[in-house]
Design a protein around this ligand. Structure first.
Ligand code: MLC
Length: 413
């Protein structure tokens, strides 16, 4: 490999040395080898959503709340979303609309099928793109907020895909919107350290919001926001390290470094808790400001040791526009916060805003949709940087980050 060709010319000598070392380590560093996504068929345009939601939840009499939801939807940056649940399904489960009635069991009976099936649709696409047989997958990591059972969606997914009986399965439950990034962090570790160089990890992050869907309610205004921006979907990634199978496996993004930070004293800002009436979300109005106030500090800790972003020796001066960004679009205001805090140009979050617009916030899977979109834009010739960072925020408040290096090899002859 021509190392000097891969190092951008505007870095200092020290930065260049660090990056050269990383590039030489490339054979040991895990990489995204393929990506697949899937959404349920039921699609609701955001302009129609308040009417749809208030009708199917039999809440049209709550005119003030409906007007509020219309204001939220207008400002959401979302054009459409997909749902496993339909008007008919909600109509046959009146218990979903009344917090006083137990409904968790009925919701879980739906997600027990919906989650592995949606996961399999995304995973099948990733496996087809990867180009090797499903039986070559050594590890499976599934992350979801939409289930609570054992055996879980991993076992059913393994059967649907025809994975080998010895595949090593791991499930991550209730990591909220950082579930996809957390699963990729675990997969990176497994690929680099768990398979004697030959590990191939299938990561799937999947959610179906029927687990927490409710009628609008004055006492739970944050649930109105959740219902206005969350959608259903699955994202799948094949992760591998070590020698690639020639002419078949080609890295898309190298997963250079991963980190998790927790903001002290923020436990109540974003909450998910399963109860008898389904999954409850709590979302503080302060979340966008909190992200704005803390994101740069977290990023400096991750990129400074790698010499990226032209770090300014303790005095700031970071050039965040020298990287590409795979930001989880938790909401339009969250993306605005990233942009403002890091001084990003408007094109930097275009992939994240596109995914938010087309699918809403599909929780952990969203970052996988963003990786897919970034890759599509690069293949289409859009100029972007070689180095980048994936970011997602989840309950904790937890900030998951992963430094990525885009590989051009998919487009090389
Ligand atoms: C909801 C929004 C699209 C609204 O847009 P704006 O903020 O520009 O508009 P606005 O201030 O006029 O707000 C519109 C109405 O929504 C209400 N509103 C806003 N946030 C609210 C919240 N968390 N709980 C209850 N109500 C809320 C406002 O009071 C206002 O009501 P009224 O109109 O009556 O005055 C935006 O605030 C947003 O994107 N928020 C972030 C959502 C979020 O937290 N996502 C994270 C999900 S978890 C996750 O994904 C983690 C992660 O981020 O990675």
């Amino acid at each position: 490999m021509n190392v000097s060709r891969t190092i951008e010319s505007n870095f200092s000598d020290r930065q260049r040395e660090t990056m050269t070392a990383i590039v030489l380590e490339e054979n040991r560093t895990a990489a995204v080898l393929a990506i697949g996504t899937a959404n349920p068929a039921n699609c609701v345009l955001q302009d129609d959503f308040p009417d749809w939601y208030f009708r199917v939840t039999r809440s049209d009499h709550l005119a003030t709340l409906k007007a509020k939801m219309k204001r939220i939807c207008e400002k959401s940056g979302v054009r459409k979303r997909h749902f496993h649940h339909t008007e008919e399904m909600i109509g046959s489960h009146p218990e979903f609309l009344d917090r006083a009635l137990p409904s968790l069991g009925a919701r879980l009976r739906i997600t027990d099928d919906a989650v592995p099936e949606l996961a399999a649709a995304a995973a099948a696409k990733a496996i087809a793109e990867w180009g090797r047989p499903a039986a070559d997958i050594t590890h499976l990591v599934v992350s979801t907020n939409s289930g609570a059972g054992a055996p879980g969606p991993d076992l059913r997914l393994a059967a649907l895909l025809g994975l080998r009986p010895t595949v090593q399965r791991t499930v991550l439950h209730l990591h909220g919107c950082s579930a996809g990034t957390a699963a990729l962090r675990v997969a990176k570790d497994l690929a680099e350290n768990g398979g004697g160089g030959g590990a191939r990890v299938l990561v799937v992050s999947v959610d179906a919001n029927v687990i927490g869907l409710r009628a609008p309610d004055e006492a739970h205004l944050d649930a109105l926001v959740v219902n206005s921006i969350f959608g259903d979907g699955a994202g799948a990634v094949i992760v591998g390290a070590g020698p690639m199978v020639a002419a078949v496996e080609r890295p898309v993004f190298h997963m250079v470094a991963a980190a998790q930070a927790t903001l002290p004293g923020t436990e109540r800002v974003a909450v998910m808790r399963a109860g008898e009436s389904g999954l409850d979300y709590g979302l503080g109005t302060e979340l966008p400001a909190m992200v704005r106030g803390s994101i740069e500090r977290c990023l400096v800790e991750v990129v400074a040791p790698l010499g990226l972003a032209g770090g300014g020796g303790g005095g700031g001066g970071w050039n965040w526009n020298s990287l590409f960004w795979a930001m989880h679009p938790g909401g339009r205001a969250i993306l605005d916060s990233y942009e403002a805090a890091l001084g990003l140009g408007p094109e930097k979050l275009a992939a994240s805003r596109h995914v938010l617009s087309e699918y809403g916030n599909v929780l952990g899977a969203t970052v996988i949709f963003v990786l897919d979109e970034l890759r599509r834009r690069r293949r289409g010739g859009a100029a972007d940087c070689e180095w980048g960072v994936m970011v997602a925020v989840g309950p904790g408040i937890t900030i998951e980050t992963m430094v990525l290096r885009a590989s051009g090899s998919r487009d090389e002859p």
